[in-house]
Design a protein around this ligand. Structure first.
Ligand code: ADP
Ligand code: ADP
Ligand code: MG
Length: 453
């Protein structure tokens, strides 16, 4: 097992990883930017190293500074968390070259899945259902027109290097195709420095259902059930639940097996997630996230498996030990992402000092957060300040628990989306599980109008 792990991240996920390391008897090193001197992750780790100015390019994305911190402290492994360098194959490769274990998949698997057009082709060849569309990139308008006619409008133009919902354009009619391609290419170039785009059929009102995987270095791959992440705002997840409210055992088996095939097809190891669009009984591979995900706690609650501890054990070369038959889902878990933002002002980030704070608790309530009273939320990073997770034996009880936990949650000094989440959890359609990825777009009425609390 590792002696010392460096955590190349910040916020709640860095704190989460410190806790997992402690339970495994591993010492921890936090890295922090100048803007994060008083951040919780830097305070609770055994050691903390400043890696540069606030700007992410100078700190949390600064590979040299992070590896220097590793050298300085003698850490033997790096956990990248999510976001930042977590899906950067070059970083994983550099870690290996420096003799530091990257807690994640191989750089080769990350590369294979990082290009979404290539990943689709790999999946198709492995017998995993994919959204109908182009085989690889589209290079000319004429070619795009032919493919769009074949699969039928509406279609999606998507950036091969895409992430975070960027570089995606919907096209309803042939005359919009050229402009959509130009716009998607432009956005992809700006965000990812790569203007490759591909085309796929627009699936009308599907659900976003993803399968959590664990794979070790010995060819063992298991899935840990699904998460429904359909409640999205501009392709960003807002509230997630596990199990998916409309899941059936046979569909879970089919999706789980497809996800395992996907992992095997790219020689995957460590934790990963395969995202699918579910439309009726049909499901289509969308992409693979080669990292731990924001919403991993709901899977932990229903499976009883600590995914972060598993990631570390796998990276240390230990066998998985869990078999597929060991994974039994119990109860129901919901996660609400709590952000410092003002919903009524188009969800504008709301940085500032947390003047007063009361976090809910009680049986079945879990909070993953790096926030404390007096904490200064800086404008430099993601606005997510906490993940509120409710777990109960049944979905009804989990919803009831979440409702009261949200009502009890008090953050003073900054605006939050807590009231928005409360409106969402109280919505009869959400409560009935009758929602899809278009739900929030169709319900601007759920956004609180007055000053946010
Ligand atoms: P997930 O499926 O884990 O929610 P998303 O596709 O929503 O992932 O987003 C990609 C990841 O990048 C997320 O984990 C998100 O939190 C992270 N991320 C996005 N922006 C930032 C940022 N500014 N700082 C840190 N992490 C970020
Ligand atoms: P990213 O890499 O930015 O996360 P994804 O490929 O995962 O991009 O797509 C993000 C979201 O966009 C999905 O969760 C879904 O809501 C929507 N989406 C993507 N592809 C399609 C499609 N073919 N049809 C309908 N919606 C789609
Ligand atoms: Mg995605």
């Amino acid at each position: 097992m590792f002696q010392k792990v460096l955590i190349a991240n910040r916020g709640e996920i860095a704190v989460r990883i410190v806790r997992a390391c402690r339970e495994l008897g591993i010492r921890t090193v936090a890295v922090f930017s100048e803007a994060d001197r008083t951040a919780l992750h830097a305070q609770i780790a055994d050691e903390a190293v400043c890696i540069g100015p606030a700007r992410t390019a100078d700190s949390y994305l600064n590979i040299r500074a992070i590896l220097a911190a590793c050298e300085l402290t003698g850490a033997d492994a790096i956990h990248p968390g999510f976001g930042f360098l977590s899906e950067n194959a070059a970083f994983a490769r550099t870690c290996e070259k420096c003799g530091v274990t990257f807690i994640g998949p191989t750089p080769e698997a990350m590369e294979l899945m990082g290009d979404k057009a290539t990943a689709k082709t790999t999946m198709k060849n492995a017998g995993v259902p994919v959204v109908p569309g182009s085989d690889g990139l589209v290079t000319t308008l004429a070619q795009a027109k032919v493919i769009a006619e074949e699969v039928g409008y509406p279609v999606m133009v998507k950036a091969a290097a895409g992430g975070g919902g960027r570089g995606i354009r919907k096209v309803d009619t042939p005359d919009q195709l050229e402009d959509a391609i130009t716009a998607a290419k432009q956005e992809a170039k700006n965000f990812f420095g790569d203007d490759g785009v591909y085309l796929e059929k627009f699936i009308v009102n599907p659900r976003h259902v993803e399968i959590q995987l664990l794979a070790d270095n010995f060819g063992n791959v298991i899935h840990l059930g699904e998460r429904d992440c359909s409640l999205q705002r501009r392709n960003q997840k807002v509230l997630e639940e596990s199990p998916c409210p409309i899941m059936t055992p046979s569909l879970r088996k089919a999706m789980g097996e497809a996800a395992v095939r996907a992992a095997k097809a790219c020689g995957y190891r460590n934790a990963g997630t395969v995202e699918f669009l579910l439309s009726g009984k049909d499901f289509y591979f969308m992409e693979m996230n080669t990292r731990i995900q924001v919403e991993h706690p709901i899977t932990e609650m229903v499976t009883g498996v600590d995914l972060v501890k598993r990631q570390i054990r796998i990276a240390a070369g230990l066998p998985l030990e869990l078999k597929q038959s060991d994974i039994v889902l119990h109860g129901h878990a919901i996660e609400c992402r709590i952000n410092a933002e003002t919903p009524s002002l188009n969800f504008r980030p709301s940085p500032g000092r947390v003047q007063g704070l009361h976090m809910p608790g009680g049986p079945g309530i879990r909070i993953d957060s790096a926030m404390y009273q007096g904490f200064e939320i800086t404008p430099y990073y993601d606005s997510m300040i906490a993940k509120l997770i409710a777990y109960a034996p049944t979905r009804e009880e989990a919803f009831m628990k979440m409702k009261w936990a949200l009502a009890e949650f008090l953050v003073e000094g900054v605006d939050t989306n807590i009231d928005f989440q409360l409106n969402l959890i109280k919505d009869p359609d959400v409560e009935a599980g009758a929602y899809d990825i278009g739900f929030l777009g169709r319900h601007p009425d759920l956004i609180p109008k007055g000053p946010a609390v």
